[in-house]
Design a protein around this ligand. Structure first.
Ligand code: FAD
Length: 325
């Protein structure tokens, strides 16, 4: 069991795992750091696949790796166990996503405690979406939190945790307008978040406008890293579903390019779609690097190949670990 001190704070184990922001520093050299996102596997085969991807990425020294959290915590125990193994059995810096869906504050505190117990100090704090239909109506747990900002405060009060939050290049789909959305992001950062990771996007202009908006709104909070999230497209169906769930649309130019690659035949030309997807992600990454993005965060769906192809296109190689890591 995790230990809570007399002050009601979780005792995080003393362990030399840097914060995400520190790790970005350590990994900033000739190349912009990169990081990857994994999902909790559903079964033993999925778990074996995840570990193959983990070992593949480990050789390329990402600044951090993040593990998503299933809606309503349906795979909670497995997620906590595997994220703990990432902390204990690899050289990686793991970030556990923590969502408020279906949890009381007491349960959320216990969950943070079990992460701390396994040596995890970096948490990406999110509200989450309604299980089943992410775009459906949001109802908070009767003893839970309404917004991520509250959860950021709770986690920060619990102990020495490093917190990141979500940001939305086109605004969150429930926000009435971009100004309100910006204020809510700034509030999460003011509450103690050290950086944000964006929702995936396919138009770099959206990321650049978000960065400008937050900086204009609050020069102090706006200076914190905004890490862009990229998804190398490997199939039309997968990207359509992912974009639909985010409440956004694929830009027309990207869609045209993918449709051209897919061809007019009865079967989608999957190899051509995949190579167009890798090309699109590579071009976006090049522009983001040129624009000074602090890191490139890749959605991997627990496969290493597409992301490592993009990284190879960008000139990243298997290297020795950074000296100060
Ligand atoms: P919030 O910051 O609470 O915002 C939700 C809505 O409420 C927004 O419209 C916001 O503008 C508004 N709002 C915020 N604060 C206030 C306030 N004080 N008063 C009034 N309105 C307010 N989901 C998962 O289930 N598991 C995951 O692992 C996961 N990982 C993600 C990783 C990233 C990088 C991103 C971008 C999203 C992820 N999500 C995940 C999805 C995320 O949970 C949803 O997008 C969710 O709808 C919003 O979460 P949030 O933390 O931004 O919520």
């Amino acid at each position: 069991m995790y230990a809570i001190s007399a002050h009601g704070r979780v005792n995080t184990k003393a362990r030399a795992v840097p914060s995400v922001v520190r790790s970005l520093d350590i990994h900033s050299g000739a190349r912009v750091p990169f990081s990857v996102e994994f999902n909790p596997p559903r079964d033993a085969d999925g778990e074996a696949r995840l570990w193959r991807a983990v070992r593949e990425f480990e050789r390329m020294h990402p600044a951090f790796v993040s593990m998503t959290y299933g809606a309503g915590g349906s795979t909670k125990d497995r997620t906590v166990r595997i994220t703990g193994q990432l902390a204990q059995q690899t050289t990686l810096v793991p970030v556990a996503h923590l969502t408020a869906v279906g949890h009381s504050v007491a349960e959320l505190r216990a969950l943070v405690g079990s992460y701390a117990d396994r040596g995890i100090r970096n948490l990406l704090v999110l509200r989450g979406d309604p299980p089943g239909d992410p775009l459906g109506e949001w109802h908070s747990h009767p003893e839970g939190v309404e917004h991520a900002e509250e959860l950021v405060r709770i986690v920060r009060d619990l102990g020495d945790f490093h917190v990141g939050v979500a940001s939305f290049p086109q605004g969150h789909h429930r926000s009435p307008d971009l100004a309100t959305d910006t204020e809510h992001l700034a509030a999460k950062l003011r509450a103690g978040a050290e950086y944000s990771i964006t929702q995936m996007f396919f138009d770099v202009e959206h990321y650049l406008r978000l960065r400008d908006r937050v900086l204009r709104h609050d020069p102090v909070e706006g200076a914190k890293p905004i890490i862009p999230e990229l998804m190398p497209i490997t199939s039309l169906r997968t990207v359509r579903r992912a974009v639909e769930l985010s409440g956004r649309e694929l830009p027309a130019a990207v869609l045209r390019r993918l449709h051209r690659a897919a061809g007019d035949g009865p079967q989608e030309n999957r190899a051509a779609v995949r190579s167009a997807g890798i090309e699109i992600a590579t071009e976006m990454a090049q522009r983001l690097i040129a624009e000074g993005a602090p890191c490139l965060h890749f959605i991997t769906l627990n496969f290493a190949k597409a992301t490592t192809e993009v990284l190879t296109n960008l000139g990243y190689r298997v290297t020795a670990a950074p000296l100060s890591a």
